[in-house]
Write a protein that binds this ligand. Structure first.
Ligand SMILES: Cc1cc2nc3c(=O)[nH]c(=O)nc-3n(C[C@H](O)[C@H](O)[C@H](O)COP(=O)(O)O)c2cc1C
Length: 207
């Protein structure tokens, strides 16, 4: 005859087992992390970065981190669920600092051959002095680097991401441009949640 303590212990164990599984499931789903990484010399792209972060933060359960590209570590990069990269336009393309950031994914962080950024959600934003002098190329080259890393790229604010014109007849960053940047951050957080929930359900389905 099993002792009453053993029976009680077994009852408690089997009662808590499914509950524990539910609790760990909830913990795994509790938050997603969005990293906003940018380069900025005179502050315009930084202002857009903050608005992107505000948009991501508006999605419940989202943790947001804003870093200049040179300060992003491998741990910060690889633990993010979503990544939004911003650059000023330099000669109709992304700034060298942002290109170096992408190149360092391999040189410093060893992103390949495992494709460590695979299935993270990516997006781009840019600021440029002139209306039509490279903002879309800048965003597209950022997205191209993400696609090469098998990330899932999304847009909002504009067709290729959020952008702002900062010189001439449109100096600084206006409210519409900030709203575009917030919309982009919100979209990245929302899709990061969709991917995370999908991964959890997929893992449960194949168990
Ligand atoms: C070296 C250099 C090249 C630039 N080339 C372009 C360009 O090709 N097209 C453009 O629209 N703006 C160009 N600009 C202007 C910047 O993109 C613009 O001022 C930007 O908003 C600066 O961002 P920041 O304030 O975050 O540094 C250039 C600026 C610099 C310093």
């Amino acid at each position: 005859m099993p002792s009453k303590f053993l029976v009680r212990g077994l009852l408690i164990f089997f009662f808590w087992l499914p509950f524990g599984a539910v609790v760990s499931h909830v913990h795994a789903e509790q938050f997603v992390t969005v990293l906003v990484a940018y380069h900025s010399m005179t502050g315009h792209t930084e202002k857009m970065a903050q608005a992107v972060a505000d948009g991501a933060q508006s999605v419940p359960g989202t943790r947001v981190r804003v870093e200049r590209v040179e300060n992003v570590t491998a741990e910060v990069l690889f633990s993010a669920d979503g990544l939004v990269v911003g650059s000023p336009v330099y000669w109709s393309n992304m700034a060298g600092e942002v290109k170096t950031f992408f190149d360092n994914w391999q040189f410093k962080f060893g992103v390949w051959p495992e494709f460590k950024m695979r299935n993270k959600v990516g997006a781009a934003f840019a600021t440029g002095g002139q209306v039509s002098s490279g903002k879309e190329v800048t965003m597209l080259t950022i997205l191209a680097a993400m696609l090469g890393n098998q990330m899932i790229v999304v847009s909002d604010g504009g067709a290729f991401g959020a952008s702002a014109t900062t010189e001439g007849k449109s100096p600084g960053i206006d409210q519409d441009e900030l709203a575009d940047a917030r919309a982009l951050g919100k979209r990245v957080a929302e899709v990061a949640w969709m991917v995370k929930r999908g991964e959890i359900h997929h893992a449960e389905a194949v168990q």
